[in-house]
Design a protein around this ligand. Sequence first.
Ligand code: ADP
Length: 258
Amino acid sequence: MTLTAHAPASTGTPSPDLLDFSGVTMRFDTGTVALEDVDLTVRRGEFVTVVGPSGCGKSTLLRIASGLETATAGTASVSTDRIGYVFQDATLLPWRTVQRNVELLAELNGQSSQERQGKAAAAIELVGLTGFESSLPKQLSGGMRMRTSLARSLTLDPELFLFDEPFGALDEITRERLNDELLRLFVEQQFAGLFITHSVSEAVYLSTRVVVMSGRPGHIVKTFDVPFPMPRDPDIRYSAEFGELVGEVSHALREGHR
Ligand code: ADP
């Protein structure tokens, strides 16, 4: 198994595939097989969401995509080194302000203070947190903490954005609002997304493609192309076609979990 992470060539047309998994299997030393023979591609312009039961290997999939974990069989190619990663927990440093938290990744990347301050200000504006730069994480709502986490990754100008159930702990209204914000960022910033969620309606609303995984060992049981255009109309959530697709994905999820 190889994880090839290299920046796209600066000349010519960049490869449309940002992530290409072929036959990816993950067996931990404990003997647990988390993933089995997973084929998955994420191309530029795509927002792919993976739904599956707890423990089926979704986080493991993202960890392999980010290079944090190495698959035990198959090939996992990622053709960019500009990868954003947002977790369920906002993982902010409690003693740092919003501004200083957002600057963190740029700081670790060795950018000058002027450069990272400019990037952080732009990212804070993108996620709608202008005015809260001096706030500490404990002074923010859950949704605002997640916006801060998003802004921190945006400073890396990611080509591939990995999301591990980022909105799972938020109330329904906040989650819907952040879904809309995320779609706006997807359209404006043109990153490709690989998103994990338990919520089928969130998956259908956000995605250009929904991938359904089975129970452990996780493998892909079905893939659905989502036909609704981007930018996505928030009212699509209440349409019959949307409800129908949510029903089909839920059905595949139940079948794969047997
Ligand atoms: P999901 O994100 O779908 O809930 P995970 O990818 O977190 O699932 O985990 C898949 C399976 O692999 C689980 O049974 C989990 O306990 C196991 N697992 C995850 N990481 C490790 C590890 N580092 N060592 C051993 N087992 C692990």
